[in-house]
Design a binder for this molecule. Structure first.
Ligand code: RBF
Ligand code: MG
Length: 311
């Protein structure tokens, strides 16, 4: 996949460009359906399959205090889009100036002239441009004059078996509520966070005998506090583990941490980047009256995770 991270880097229109446009936070199965439609259409015309996205996420730029945590940060989003088989990713640096482009300028100058759009694949509720004034109907009205086709991707097919429509908003709610299995169905994979291992309180290993890798989160969406069965990707290997997200209420400091105990693992991984996939929520965090009760419970969590992964 070729990535253009600035519009100035596109020097000539693409060959029979088939495009889909969106924020694609999460690259969920609805987004994946759009990409597959784009790829199939491009294949039938011998053209280029293109995904256009924006960075930073437009709500970060447009809303004063709206900072919704993201399901996928840019690096992971690009990786997931690449995996679908899309030829080109155009990542438009999102600014207020870009947001103020009229729907007309956006279609004419950018999509048609610069990119060479011959077809656009849209979901059923697609809107775009300044004040979201661009609609599917508007696109359709431009199509004949500018020589492009508007292809409606079917959400209905994708939504089979789901009571809720698949959306990034819905997935954020599921993750915030700790419903990892439901989130997984809509994502088509486990919810993952990535981060660098930082120095924690040095309490897990020394005081409890259960070392944990503490990771720093930035903009990513954090699952509900609690204990989870997880897999951990580290140095190219995958391990099973148990994660704790929360305030360790048994202790006085009540500091928020995301930490993971990796099963059968003893390497020093401070400073390294790891990925944690959330498989199943095991329980809520509890305040224990003494440390040995906490240790007993964590040992049970580890046993529960082992049991879970052995199946
Ligand atoms: N701390 C608590 O205060 N209550 C808990 O229920 C709790 N459960 C945990 C479960 C697991 C699997 C792990 C790894 C940690 C848990 N902790 C809990 C956090 C523990 O207090 C923390 O790892 C140490 O204090 C080291 O920072
Ligand atoms: Mg630790």
């Amino acid at each position: 996949m070729k990535i253009f991270d600035h519009l100035d880097k596109i020097h000539a229109p693409f060959k029979s460009a088939v495009i889909t446009i969106g924020n694609f936070d999460g690259v969920h199965i609805g987004h994946q359906a759009l990409f597959h439609e784009v790829i199939e259409t491009a294949e039938t015309v011998g053209g280029t399959s293109i995904a256009m996205t924006f960075e930073p996420h437009p709500i970060r730029v447009l809303k004063q205090n709206g900072q919704p945590p993201l399901i996928t940060l840019y690096e992971q989003k690009a990786e997931l889009i690449e995996r679908t088989g899309i030829d080109v990713l155009i990542c438009v640096p999102f600014t207020r100036a870009f947001a103020s482009l009229s729907a007309d300028q956006f279609i004419r100058e950018l999509l048609v002239k610069k990119i060479g759009m011959k077809a656009i694949v849209v979901g059923e509720d697609y809107s775009f441009g300044k004040n979201r004034e661009g609609s599917i109907d508007l696109l359709k009205s431009y199509g004949p004059d500018y020589g492009f086709e508007v292809i409606l991707a079917g959400w209905i097919k994708m939504s089979k078996g789901f009571t809720d429509r698949i959306s990034s908003t819905k997935i954020r709610e599921l993750v915030i509520d700790g419903h990892m299995t439901e989130a997984e169905k809509m994502l088509g994979r486990h919810y993952q966070i990535r981060g660098r291992v930082v120095i924690g309180r040095d309490r897990g290993g020394k005081l409890l005998g259960i070392p944990t890798a503490n990771i720093n989160l930035h903009d990513e969406l954090c699952p509900k506090t609690g204990i989870y069965a997880v897999t951990v990707e580290c140095r190219g290997n995958q391990h099973n583990g148990v994660a704790n997200i929360g305030y360790s209420p048994t202790f006085e400091d009540h500091e928020f941490t995301v930490e993971v105990h990796i099963l059968d693992f003893n390497d020093n991984i401070y400073g390294e980047k790891i990925r944690v996939n959330f498989i199943k929520r095991l329980r809520d965090e509890i305040k224990f009256s003494n440390i040995s009760a906490l240790i007993d419970q964590i040992k049970k969590d580890i046993a529960a995770a082992r049991e879970f992964f052995s199946k």
